[in-house]
Design a protein around this ligand. Structure first.
Ligand code: SF4
Length: 208
């Protein structure tokens, strides 16, 4: 059974697929933070803005692979267009496995994952987006998209440029100094054109 925090239909807000309709499937749990505020100070990853703890969100619960597939398909509005699902978290790589992706694929679902890159991922994913966090060691060094929150004390963009990704994105850190972070991120991209700007457009337009 897969433990799911929430499943909902929306537009992808960040990175390469920005603006693309997608079913977001948020897997419960992460290996870099418990998700409880009282543990934030001691977490490996301290700036998390996602509620991934528990299974109490919209459509949350325990699912078999087939039940999860059926739920995702039920949220897609036009069955003439292939379903696009984004497996996110938390850290989806703790639960997503090849068997689940095979069931998704048997229903013609295109499968993307957004991972912190610290755990092995199934080889049959269609799109891999890795977002390095703090000083956690990367287990995944190749994929479609590397999306780095900027700035991070432990991580500079140049540490990742040699990795085997098709696209490199910098995304401004969302905290009380966000305006400064946006300017710094824009400047970095302008001076280092390997990197592209990613904005959290879902926050700008007020959707989940
Ligand atoms: S790795 Fe992602 S989900 Fe986990 S604590 Fe960090 S930002 Fe949150």
């Amino acid at each position: 059974m897969y433990k799911i925090k929430e499943i909902y239909y929306t537009l992808q807000g960040e990175g390469f697929h920005t603006g693309r309709p997608a079913v977001f499937c948020r897997f419960a749990g992460c290996n870099l933070w418990t998700g409880r505020e009282e543990d934030r100070a001691t977490a490996v990853c301290k700036f998390c803005d996602t509620d991934f703890w528990g299974m109490d969100g919209v459509n949350g619960g325990k699912y078999t692979a087939q039940a999860l597939t059926d739920k995702i398909i039920s949220l897609w509005p036009d069955h003439n267009i292939p379903v696009f699902v984004v497996c996110t978290g938390g850290e989806p790589g703790l639960q997503v496995d090849e068997a689940l992706i095979d069931v998704f694929h048997s229903a013609a679902i295109e499968v993307a994952i957004e991972s912190n890159g610290t755990v092995p991922l199934p080889s049959n994913l269609d799109w891999i987006c890795i977002s390095p966090k703090a000083d956690a060691t990367l287990a995944i060094t190749k994929g479609n998209e590397l999306k780095l929150v900027y700035p991070q004390v432990e991580n500079t963009p140049s540490q990742f440029e040699h990795l085997d990704f098709d696209h490199f994105y910098l995304q401004p850190l969302d905290d009380v100094h966000q305006t400064d972070h946006i300017k710094a991120t824009v400047d970095y991209c302008l001076y280092h054109p390997k990197w592209k700007l990613s904005l959290q457009t879902h926050k700008v337009i007020g959707i989940d």
